[in-house]
Design a protein around this ligand. Structure first.
Ligand SMILES: Cc1cc2nc3c(=O)[nH]c(=O)nc-3n(C[C@H](O)[C@H](O)[C@H](O)COP(=O)(O)O)c2cc1C
Length: 211
């Protein structure tokens, strides 16, 4: 019996040309799709670097607080895109995010996206008053690029708010299996930069074989 696997790829780099994170997400997805043997693999693609989702506003926040059946037409309009993004998230079994580091953390476009999809009524369920993420059992791969080196053991590691933040928010959504692949030192001399990109790409191609 063939099983179906749907991957949602989300690119977030503001750069549409010359982006390393886009290059790496593309390499991974191509390899992952080519690995399909006994299962049927599908791709959903969303580019929030090219087409950012809006920041939430007051009506959105009012809809968030309101019981779903009491929402006004205006509130429903404000969360229509959020509902569409959530349908896409639930339709996928796994996620690949391409995430450049901007000012020590994720791009604002990705934060706007996350604000749209973390919803009390859809992403979370409350069991004995405690929020549980409804995207349980799904997994995420985060491919992240940056100019400098923030790896554990470096002095800069304490200024890295990207991996800790993403890990925490994805866990709240129920996604506990999160793999990070980092291409860093992209501001270094060519030899160091190319080695970092080559290592990230090799790790991704290896991962595509069993992920
Ligand atoms: C607005 C902005 C902020 C950035 N902040 C950081 C940073 O805090 N640390 C870092 O190492 N690189 C930083 N960078 C560099 C990017 O992370 C790096 O160029 C990365 O390759 C961008 O991903 P991309 O190639 O997919 O566009 C920043 C770049 C931009 C445009």
């Amino acid at each position: 019996m063939t099983t179906q696997q749907t991957l949602l790829q989300i690119d977030t780099s503001a750069r549409l040309e010359g982006s390393y994170s886009r290059r790496l997400t593309q390499a991974f997805v191509k390899a992952w799709l080519a690995e399909a043997e006994s299962d049927d693999r599908q791709l959903i693609y969303r580019d929030i670097g090219k087409t950012p989702v809006p920041a939430i506003d007051g009506i959105w926040a009012a809809a968030y607080e309101m019981e779903p059946e009491l929402r006004t037409a205006e509130m429903l309009g404000a969360i229509a895109l959020s509902d569409e993004l959530l349908d896409e998230l639930f339709a996928a079994d796994c996620y690949v995010f391409g995430v450049p580091m901007y000012n020590l953390t994720i791009p604002a476009t990705l934060k706007a996206y996350l604000d749209q999809v973390v919803r009390r009524d859809r992403t979370l369920e409350f069991i004995s008053g405690k929020p549980q993420g409804r995207l349980k059992g799904k997994k995420a791969l985060v491919i992240t690029t940056r100019k400098f080196n923030y790896r554990e053991g470096t002095e800069a590691a304490a200024r890295n708010f990207l991996e800790p933040y993403l890990k925490a928010i994805l866990k709240i959504m129920g996604i506990e299996e999160v793999t990070f692949v980092v291409a860093d030192q992209l501001a270094a001399e060519d030899e160091v930069k190319e080695a970092s990109l080559a290592q990230a790409e090799a790790d991704l191609l290896e991962l595509a074989r069993y992920w």
